[in-house]
Design a binder for this molecule. Structure first.
Ligand code: FEO
Length: 400
């Protein structure tokens, strides 16, 4: 499959309908993904990015139907991660001397991945490449999301090839934002941002401000995953600006794991207490051992407050609680409040451990949490409800 996206540009990538895990098992792709590669034909011909290695042969074979490979003058590698560079070995076997334009780190990383002495041309922000009537302008995008990341802008067609930025793991043959279900599209876009770009919020703001200050005409943003932003392409840049500023909706997320249901019952009683005081708050409840961790992180991203609960086991917390706390810690959320809860039988360390972990993860813990022994009775459940009600009092206006 290939299709024309503008006078000079064809999409020549690969839609991966079946992939469900990314980065090993670190990112769930419920809706598949695509590896977007673009062929630009002016007086010179350029290939921008490739696809993941398992599709390398198919990619090169399809590309041959589009163009005599020897007519490709330049290759642009916006990012060295294998989902975009994986087909390079297959392609470079056919056209070994074709120059590959990338950042300094891009050349270093591609050499370390493939151990080939390809003809790398290192570029930096503001460098250009003449194609005839149009030209490419390179914009380094360090840490969005790797040190080698780069955007490439095509003049004349007014297209920003943004690689991972503004992308979504979302397979759809419709390919444009004005064609697909926008609820699905933005859910995948925010999940991508929450799970991958949160640590780089400050850099996201800086980079978008830099791009906007260039006043480049922009007809399309073409990321390397998912659909192309054609209708009002800047809407996704504006969303990124919103998400990068310690984004919060009127939401509390409750995450728990439980051995014999006592911690689950506590979670639900706390939720009842919050709801009793404030009916407008969205409360989402997840058992961390039964729900997808990236979906939970996406909800944490949207929340003003997070409550984390676990039974105590072996003087510690349940393994799914430890895993989600570790994940949240790595993302470095800012400006969110949190508290812990959990049931216990005798030693009861879980609440203290969770509170400490939440602090280390950058959350403002609003109290020492609540713990109940064994199976909570009516009195204990009232305490949990009161704990929920007190959350409203403690964080006041911030969750209204
Ligand atoms: Fe950073 Fe889509 O790879």
């Amino acid at each position: 499959m290939s299709f024309k996206i503008s006078d000079k540009v064809d999409w020549v990538g690969k839609i991966d309908w079946e992939i469900r895990d990314y980065h090993g098992k670190e990112y769930s792709t419920h809706k598949g993904t695509s590896y977007n590669s673009y062929l630009v034909r002016d007086e010179k011909t350029v290939l921008i990015d490739t696809v993941w290695e398992p599709f390398g042969k198919e990619f090169v074979s399809n590309l041959k139907k589009e163009i005599d490979l020897n007519k490709i003058d330049y290759i642009i590698a916006n990012h060295s991660e294998v989902d975009h560079s994986g087909a390079l070995p297959e392609l470079m076997r056919e056209i070994p001397n074709t120059p590959i334009y990338c950042t300094k780190n891009g050349a270093k990383f591609l050499k370390a991945h493939y151990h080939k002495d390809w003809n790398f041309i290192v570029v930096k922000t503001g460098d250009t490449l003449d194609l005839g009537k149009s030209k490419l302008v390179f914009i380094e995008a360090r840490m969005l999301h790797w040190p080698d990341s780069m955007f490439t802008y095509l003049t004349g067609e007014n297209i920003l090839f943004s690689n991972d930025a503004f992308g979504q793991h979302y397979a759809s043959e419709l390919m444009y934002n004005d064609k697909v279900d926008n609820a699905e599209l933005f859910q995948e876009a925010i999940k991508y941002y929450a799970n991958i770009l949160t640590p780089f919020n400050a850099l996201v703001i800086k980079k978008i401000e830099e791009i906007l200050s260039l006043n480049l005409p922009l007809d399309m943003i073409c990321p390397s995953h998912g659909i192309i932003w054609k209708e009002n392409p800047l809407q996704i840049a504006n969303k990124y600006m919103e998400w990068a500023k310690d984004y919060k909706e009127n939401q509390v997320t409750i995450i728990y794991d439980t051995m014999w249901n006592a911690t689950r019952i506590m979670a639900e009683a706390i939720a009842d207490g919050i709801k009793e005081v404030n009916k407008d708050i969205t409360i989402k409840i997840f058992n961390s051992s039964k729900n997808d961790k990236n979906d939970i992180v996406t909800e944490v991203f949207k929340s003003k407050m997070v409550l984390v609960g676990s039974s105590t086991i072996n003087n510690g917390v349940l393994s799914s609680t430890a895993a989600i706390l570790e994940m949240i810690k790595g993302l470095g959320f800012k400006g969110k409040k949190a508290a812990a809860f959990g049931s216990y039988g005798w030693s009861g360390e879980s609440v203290k451990i969770i509170t400490e972990e939440l602090k280390k993860a950058g959350f403002e813990t609003i109290n020492d949490g609540i713990r109940e022994m064994w199976n909570p009775d009516e009195v204990a459940l009232d305490r949990c409800k009161d704990f929920g009600k007190s959350i409203e009092k403690i964080i006041g206006e911030t969750i209204k």
